[in-house]
Design a protein around this ligand. Structure first.
Ligand SMILES: Cc1cc2nc3c(=O)[nH]c(=O)nc-3n(C[C@H](O)[C@H](O)[C@H](O)COP(=O)(O)O)c2cc1C
Length: 191
């Protein structure tokens, strides 16, 4: 049987885990993580850009914001996810809505993305859209639209994680909008 405790330089015993950790290359320990470093590192992960929408159950107004936390989750059943900052002005609307729509933006929709990322009461004033499932706005000219029934939402740090069951798929445009390191881009060449 292997002894899981090893002597260190002073002859004291040491956990194998601790000895292994000492021989690993330097990593940033959780206590040293700065918010800026984390944001910069996360920003190196290339994403598309979406506008997630719902209908406010109280006022009946359309609600939406720019989000790149969208991701695929399950094919069977068809589930997708995204997360919303708890401090968002849209949090109550999404937490109570039966449905949301994830509108995946095309490369010619940068202005729309900027508008839905800024504080504004007139996000839906310009641009064509129609009512989707549960009244969640479906924007025209997107590369894909996932109309979802809210499956569940989960507390996750300073965000709420939303999981949706896809009920309808749309979209017609070809070229997606890309986001990387704080900048919008068009998709590059196929390798
Ligand atoms: C490219 C991009 C992606 C974003 N992704 C998210 C996201 O996934 N979740 C989120 O809560 N905010 C995200 N934001 C920030 C919101 O769009 C922004 O805070 C917006 O004003 C929130 O809407 P509210 O004013 O209704 O709270 C993103 C912004 C940009 C520009």
């Amino acid at each position: 049987m292997t002894d899981s405790r090893l002597p260190d330089d002073d002859g004291d015993e040491l956990d194998t885990d601790a000895a292994e950790a000492r021989s690993r290359p330097a990593e940033i320990a959780p206590a040293e993580l700065s918010a800026d470093e984390l944001r910069r590192a996360l920003g190196r992960f290339v994403t598309g850009v979406t506008i997630v929408t719902c209908r406010d159950g109280g006022s009946g107004e359309p609600v939406g914001l720019t989000a790149n936390s969208f991701n695929a989750l399950s094919l069977d059943p068809p589930l997708v996810l995204w997360s919303l900052r708890k401090a968002s002005g849209s949090i109550d609307a999404f937490a109570n809505a039966s449905h949301f729509a994830v509108n995946v933006l095309a490369e010619d929709q940068v202005d729309l993305s900027r508008r839905f990322a800024r504080p504004s009461s007139a996000r839906f004033a310009a641009g064509a859209w129609s009512d989707g499932q549960g009244g969640a706005p479906v924007l025209a000219g997107c590369v894909a639209v996932f109309e979802c029934r809210r499956h569940s939402h989960h507390d996750a740090g300073d965000h709420l994680l939303f999981i949706g069951q896809v009920e309808r798929i749309g979209g017609s445009a070809e070229a997606p909008l890309v986001y990387h390191a704080g900048h919008y881009r068009a998709i590059g060449e196929q390798l």
